[in-house]
Design a protein around this ligand. Structure first.
Ligand code: 4AD
Ligand code: MG
Length: 477
């Protein structure tokens, strides 16, 4: 008899058919009701046991966490909340889980506790729901680009370039600690890191993706990226996944249109395919909010928030307009911002971004035309000579979810910008070649996948939306 998964069983019409199912015990009540889950859905299947038909010693082995194979008859359920259940004929114990030592018990565990158990937390309803949504979002990303004639481009992980020029790189080294190569001054020569070259883990696949866009037209990367920033926030990871489309012949407006359309598509996809998980996550948030004062509770529930994003235009505002709004605003009646924005040219802090999105516009915001001084070297200079065609998309509860721009396609201006920032032309000769041979207007953006998963699941901490988070505190697993 072929085994079925729980999701399939729950959608079957019970006709007293014999079924086999494998899974892990979530709870075992009254020595009679096993709630079995196999990860295929948030729901468990109830298996009703009559122990007179089974060997006695098996009773002790049915504990939360044990892996079982159950054979039985699928019947209509008389219990509440499920349409079918299994009347058990036979149980095989694949593996026990000692209740004295198995950490995931049927009670509410804190997210902090579960972070310490990153290898087992996926066995909880919360984490399995998050990771199913994450998987569906990843699938939707590929589907969107495929439907829109993009090619999937694999950017290198080990690279010599620092795309963001922020110096937040993990060095990759083949140096022999005990016998490192030395320079003329007798110091360790890090320029010889990787078989004689200086290399790091990629911070962004953008520069390499540009080379492919300038031949294949529309490409995207979707892979791990690394930032050695020591920021201990609920929005930053040292290793995160980034989606980076890059398009030839797209200006900044076309880039913004694509980003908005793309985000709406992937969120719509989970509304269509992950409703049970989203309902579970929404209820989890509502329960969590009960302990908060009314003023701190969110105005919209999770699913309503997701629908709102899909159904409304993102507000497009220039940096200069945003600065004017911030100068004339107070986040609440008494307090000013912690960092006041007085001068044009200052970088926005997350409190300003969140004010614009959550208090002022009350919808996702695309900020564009930023001062050149606070953005990366490759962004296209505007005619005013002081702003660049950059855009950031800001989301409620998240802040920046996308960073992108139209790229500087003019060789002379790009060289001037690099010189002003002290970037060596010799290091980016291949990038300059793109501007020498068949250069054209082109654009792209990067979307932080974990920030998207955070928004989609309502999780407050980015460590809870990636299987094994890498942060300055945690790289154990
Ligand atoms: O704004 P960023 O640094 O832009 C780039 O890397 C561009 N080269 C992208 C491009 O144009 N192709 O990063 C893009 C996004 C951010 O908006 C944020 O969502 C996410 O990546 N991100 C992080 N997510 C988690 N942890 C971190 N430390 C992150 N740093 C950036
Ligand atoms: Mg950014």
């Amino acid at each position: 008899m072929k085994s079925a998964n729980v999701k399939e069983l729950l959608s079957m019409t019970p006709k007293l058919q014999e079924v086999t199912v494998n899974g892990w015990v979530r709870t075992f009540r009254s020595n009679r009701f096993i709630a079995l889950n196999d990860g295929s859905t948030i729901n468990n299947i109830q298996c009703v046991v009559d122990f007179e038909n089974l060997k006695d010693d098996i009773l002790d082995q049915i504990n939360t966490g044990a892996a079982l194979r159950i054979k039985g008859t699928l019947v209509e359920s008389k219990g509440k909340g499920q349409s079918v259940e299994i009347l058990v004929n036979d149980i095989f114990v694949h593996g026990i889980a000692d209740p004295e030592t198995y950490p995931i018990q049927p009670k509410k565990h804190s997210l902090e506790f579960l972070r310490e158990k990153a290898h087992l937390r996926i066995r909880t309803s919360t984490f399995s729901a998050i990771m199913r949504v994450r998987s569906a979002l990843a699938f939707a990303v590929h589907q969107y680009f495929r439907q829109n004639d993009f090619f999937y481009f694999h950017a290198p992980i080990v690279t010599g370039s620092d795309a963001e020029g922020a110096g937040e790189m993990f060095r990759v080294t083949t140096l022999d600690d005990k016998n490192p190569p030395l320079n003329d001054e007798g110091e360790v020569d890090y320029k010889k890191d990787f078989f004689g070259k200086e290399t790091n883990l990629t911070v962004s696949g953008q520069l390499e993706a540009e080379t492919y866009a300038m031949a294949l037209g529309k490409v995207y990367t979707f892979g791990p990226t690394f930032r050695a920033e020591n920021s201990n926030t609920s929005r930053h990871l040292a290793e995160f996944w980034m989606i980076e489309p890059e398009m030839a012949f797209y200006d900044l407006d076309a880039n913004m249109d694509l980003a908005e359309d793309f985000i709406k598509y992937v969120i719509n996809y989970i509304l269509e395919h992950c409703m049970e998980d989203l309902q579970f996550l929404e209820q989890r948030l509502l329960d969590e909010e009960k302990s908060k004062p009314q003023a701190e509770r969110s105005e919209m529930a999770l699913i309503e928030k997701l629908k709102f994003v899909c159904e409304n235009n993102f507000k497009r505002v220039t940096y200069t307009e945003a600065i004017d709004i911030l100068r004339n605003s107070k986040p609440n009646k008494k307090k000013k911002f912690k960092y006041t924005i007085d001068e044009w040219g200052a970088d926005l802090q997350s409190e300003h971004e969140r004010f614009l999105v959550e208090k002022h516009f009350k919808c996702p915001v695309i900020l564009f035309d930023y001062p050149a001084k606070i953005k990366a070297f490759y962004m296209r200079l505007n005619e005013d000579g002081k702003t660049v065609r950059a855009m950031d998309i800001l989301f409620p509860g998240i802040g920046e979810i996308v960073g992108g721009s139209q790229r500087e396609e003019r060789l002379d201006i790009l060289k001037e910008k690099m010189a002003a920032l002290g970037i060596d032309e010799a290091e980016l000769w291949w990038y300059l070649d793109l501007r020498k041979f068949g250069t054209a207007v082109h654009s792209g953006f990067g979307l932080g996948f974990e920030r998207l998963v955070q928004f989609a699941t309502g999780m407050g901490n980015i460590r809870d939306v990636i299987p094994f988070p890498r942060t300055p505190q945690n790289a154990e697993f």
